[in-house]
Design a protein around this ligand. Structure first.
Ligand SMILES: Cc1ncc(COP(=O)(O)O)c(C=O)c1O
Length: 490
């Protein structure tokens, strides 16, 4: 089926798109029915389509864009780098901007946050790749192999959190816990274990009665989500002792080898924000059992939750840190996995020992990405620093207030400049909209008509803009969220 409309030209990009392109995470049968929005340009927080219509980018171009589109400083950094060279092989050659960016990344992970001292190992080594999935794939492989080498474990094991999304490569899907994706690819995946998500709004242990505020504030529980982590680790340890897979406590992990989580907020899971203290408690358990942790900060990194990295907000530093999306301010595909000197040393040896990390990508440490990434860092430390981001978070909190009056708004979860708005049939009962009601999609379609672009996660609306957004733009955008919810669902 093709949706050629009468006035479409043979080279109309929308028509070419529908004829030739296969879009990610998209039911193409639906995609081919309606002329898509074709983005032709952008400036600041605004995107402009090929018909000249303007939209506010309330999904930060799939959570990548930090400083706005066509940002003068980033454009200049990119152009300057192009005048030197765009790309050379990462194999056997170094370049100028990538080591500088690596140093910046490593140094910046050492900082405490404004509010917290951060405990944990030093992250000194940076492995560049291309996107969030590859950053996670690298973390998984490094963690697996380093554990095997250091402790002689035959098969290090992983545990991650229900609903987690860590990317689409086979390793990342194995670590992920989205049932829908597992159904298709289950037989291709390696086994990993799961603990419950700290999803207060829908937690079976939450005995509280819904109030018109974030469920984390009205929850009544006994931290059963943390106890479950403890008992899963304990159970695995007892299994390992029984089968002889566990060594002495001094021999490293005697339970799961690696815990994987997005600190502070699980993004694609539905913007599930962790109750304060969850991360610290859970990481303490992970450490007590000698396990490592991989922090997936593909979404939360680069100031999204407040401090530069979400682990700083939680006060606990990981052994592996996966970064992508915002690394280049939303300009170019580039990712990084950071880890410790100790992990790095497991891969050192003479050539014929073959201890090399046999993994890599052609565009690793790309100069254009690195040059823009460095400039983006500068903006994160100046114009869009933590206090500016705190100011935006305040505007957002204020703009969200009226949404609590809508009976179909069940929960609003905000961490810094990231928001998830969960839509329900009735806030008092928390009854969800049935899948076929397509509540999130309908509201987002209405928002598009109102000049606001975002993408739902099921019945959760996302609000995440570039940091260049103004107070006025924030207020108006959130008014439109309320308007779209009312007109579609009430
Ligand atoms: C937390 C998290 N990890 C990994 C990924 C995968 O990143 P990418 O789409 O760049 O491969 C995503 C993407 O949304 C993500 O949100």
């Amino acid at each position: 089926m093709n949706s050629k409309e009468p006035d479409q030209q043979p080279n109309d990009p929308a028509s070419l798109d529908q004829t030739y392109l296969w879009r990610p995470f998209t039911q193409m049968q639906d995609w081919m029915q309606v002329r898509p929005v074709v983005i032709a340009s952008g400036s600041g927080a605004t995107l402009v389509d090929d018909q000249g219509r303007e939209y506010l980018d309330c999904n930060a171009s799939i959570w990548t864009n930090l400083h706005g589109h066509k940002r003068r400083e980033l454009d200049a950094a990119l152009k300057n780098q192009i005048d030197q060279i765009s790309h050379s092989s990462p194999l056997g050659l170094s370049n100028i901007p990538a080591p500088l960016l690596a140093q910046k990344l490593a140094d910046s992970t050492q900082n405490d946050s404004v509010d917290n001292r951060v405990e944990g190992p030093e992250l000194k080594k940076v492995f560049f790749s291309d996107d969030g999935s590859t950053a996670m794939e690298v973390a998984l492989k490094l963690s697996f192999e380093a554990t095997r080498r250091r402790y002689g474990k035959a098969k290090p094991s992983f545990i991650s959190v229900k609903n987690a999304y860590h990317g689409d490569t086979i390793g990342a899907v194995s670590a992920g816990k989205v049932d829908l994706f597992h159904q298709s690819f289950g037989p291709m995946l390696f086994p990993t274990e799961t603990v419950m998500s700290p999803y207060c709004y829908r937690c079976p242990f939450n005995q509280g009665t819904p109030e018109r505020t974030d469920a984390r504030l009205w929850r009544r529980c006994h931290w059963e989500c943390v106890s479950e982590v403890e008992s899963r680790f304990d159970e695995e340890k007892r299994n390992n002792i029984r089968t002889g897979a566990a060594g002495n406590d001094d021999d490293g992990p005697n339970s799961f080898s690696t815990f994987i989580v997005e600190p502070i907020m699980q993004g694609a899971a539905g913007m599930i924000a962790q109750p304060e203290g969850w991360l610290q408690r859970v990481i303490q358990i992970v450490r007590d059992y000698g396990a490592q942790w991989i922090a997936d900060e593909v979404m939360t990194g680069f100031g999204r939750t407040g401090p530069l990295f979400a682990f700083q907000k939680g006060g606990v530093r990981p052994d592996f840190l996966a970064l992508a999306k915002g690394l280049t301010g939303g300009y170019l595909p580039m990712a990084a996995t950071l880890t410790t000197e100790e992990v790095f040393e497991e891969f050192l040896g003479s050539y014929e020992d073959f201890k090399t990390f046999f993994h890599g990508h052609s565009y690793t440490a790309n100069q254009l990405g690195a040059a823009v990434g460095l400039k983006s860092f500068e903006l994160l430390e100046t114009t869009h620093n933590e206090s500016h981001r705190t100011k935006i978070a305040g505007w957002i909190r204020e703009g969200l207030r009226p949404l609590w009056n809508l009976p179909v708004v069940g929960d609003i979860r905000q961490e810094g400049t990231v928001v998830g708005i969960e839509l329900v049939k009735d806030w008092k009962t928390r009854e969800p909209f049935p899948l076929e009601a397509q509540a999130g999609i309908r509201v987002c379609n209405r928002l598009k008509e109102l000049g606001v672009l975002t993408r739902p996660i099921g019945s959760v609306l996302v609000f995440m803009t570039p940091y260049c957004i103004s107070e006025e733009e924030t207020r108006k955008a959130l008014e439109k969220y309320a308007q779209a919810i009312q007109s579609e669902l009430m």
